[in-house]
Design a protein around this ligand. Sequence first.
Ligand SMILES: NC(=O)c1ccc[n+]([C@@H]2O[C@H](COP(=O)([O-])OP(=O)(O)OC[C@H]3O[C@@H](n4cnc5c(N)ncnc54)[C@H](OP(=O)(O)O)[C@@H]3O)[C@@H](O)[C@H]2O)c1
Length: 277
Amino acid sequence: MTSPSVGFLGGGMMASSLIGGFLKSGAVAQAAMSVAEPVPPLREKHAAAGLFTSADNLEVARRADVIFLAVKPDVIPDVLRQIASTVGQAKLIVSIAAGVSLQALQAQLQPGARVIRVMPNLPCLVGECAAGFCRGAHATAADSKLVGGLLGTVGRAEEVPEKLMDAVTGLSGSGPAYGFLMVEAMADAGVRMGLPRPIATTLAAQTLRGAATMVLAGGKHPGELKDMVCSPGGTTIAGVEALEYRGFRAAAIAAVVAATTRSAELRAAAENPKAKL
Ligand SMILES: NC(=O)c1ccc[n+]([C@@H]2O[C@H](COP(=O)([O-])OP(=O)(O)OC[C@H]3O[C@@H](n4cnc5c(N)ncnc54)[C@H](OP(=O)(O)O)[C@@H]3O)[C@@H](O)[C@H]2O)c1
């Protein structure tokens, strides 16, 4: 397969992580990657890595077949205004801007523009992204396959209908915070029971990573894996009982529901600025 030419508009944190994954995996050749970024030190960082860089979004958009919008959501209209004339239907636009709808993106481009919207999450920075993405009216199954493959170089990506993007935001978008809280709480417990803090934190984080890795390895339902480690009358079922007694499962569900609801509220407010937050 020939490497697609990929351009990033915005060369900040998220862009740097995605670029690193795409290049390392060989999904995109170095010569086919370009970055538009207004901040000189960031531009120089990408240039030092051998990438074509520019301060001009249009210049990068012209070079690329696949254009990633990696700027903050409030900058998106400006950037689209700059590149709309060159985009047409031949190029694929991939937005990672949180909460900016396909409709809003498409409305600022020429009719028939191919657009994909991605919701990545923070562990993208360490190559462990959990992303949801959805495709616009004119993006094709091949476009989805291409974007899913690229995102797969920095973690896992699942395609969903756009109406489920708030749920993706509530689960995996906000989810790292729930994981951090769980690690911190387990580490606190370790300290309470006498473990030194650094050891407790490492053991807690690695334990959650190990559990997640086993689930992702597939083949077994999380409940089945939990049953496997709960021996009759043992330590683990005593711990599980304590969690269930305090509503752990209900709390986790409520967290995702609350974040999904908030995502929908913020989106509605952005679409109708007069709506109450
Ligand atoms: N970080 C996350 O965990 C996360 C998670 C999900 C989604 N996202 C989304 O990812 C996008 C990027 O986030 P980030 O954390 O990577 O932000 P970031 O580090 O601030 O990167 C954005 C970069 O774009 C530059 N920029 C500003 N205006 C520009 C323009 N007109 N043309 C080209 N570049 C421009 C910014 O420069 P200045 O610094 O000068 O503004 C900055 O260097 C956001 O839309 C965010 O919603 C982020």
